[in-house]
Design a protein around this ligand. Sequence first.
Ligand code: NAP
Length: 247
Amino acid sequence: MGARVLILGGTAEARALAAALHPAPALSVISSLAGRVADPRLPVGEVRIGGFGGAEGLARWLAEERIHAVVDATHPYAERMRVAAVAAAAAAGVPHLRLERPGWFAGPGDDWHRVTGFAAAVTVLPGLGSRAFLTTGRQRLDAFAGLRDMWFLARVVDEPGPLPANFTVLRGRGPYTVDGERALLDEHRIDVLVTKDSGGPLTVAKLVAARERGIPVLMIDRPAAAAGAAVVTTAEAAAEWVRQSVG
Ligand code: NAP
């Protein structure tokens, strides 16, 4: 069977890593998804779906499944899994690596306002505009629901729960083009963009369109890194680490 590797996934980098390691006769790769999205993009190879039951559950799973190495390639804003992965790998005595794409950087012409967390974003937002394009995902839309004097265009992958009447929901999943994002900003008379610092090329077009239109960007900073994790930023580097870790 060869060495067994767990990729904690849900990102383009995780799928790229699974592809980079596939097929390898001496390696058995299992990608794990949380099961949050109804119709997830699947990586090549074996996939399991659903939580493990915290760090303890994951440590148990790693031991039972005789996993030799773990790559946590979850999203930069998946706060809990990164911490659980470090603890579980340590408890199970399994080498661990974090694969995380770099964040975005503001350049000439950008008007970015960085805040730490959603509560700060809600406080700052009304001072930046009144018609917001919200691209921060379905899970935290409720944070903005109290801003009754603003209008929101909320782009989400899956249908969210009930929202106030000042929200319009747009279903979508990247990659997006600058032409498409520019058209959205114009059509809805957007005057402020709210985004996470997700990084990567798939969803960067909105930032280019905002720059072109002179629209301010409210950028919610990344959560802190998990202590004690070695980090790489590309699937290629992670694949190399896997090969070396499992010999
Ligand atoms: P999270 O807050 O770190 O995780 C919440 C719980 O979901 C974890 O405690 C774990 O449950 C389970 N989980 C998370 N990632 C998992 C994985 N890859 N495999 C199995 N279980 C997983 O994460 P989240 O922000 O809810 O994100 C969930 C998933 O969506 C992740 O896979 C992430 O890569 C992906 N994603 C997140 C975002 C985002 O903005 N947060 C964006 C795009 C994709 P147990 O404690 O039961 O193990």
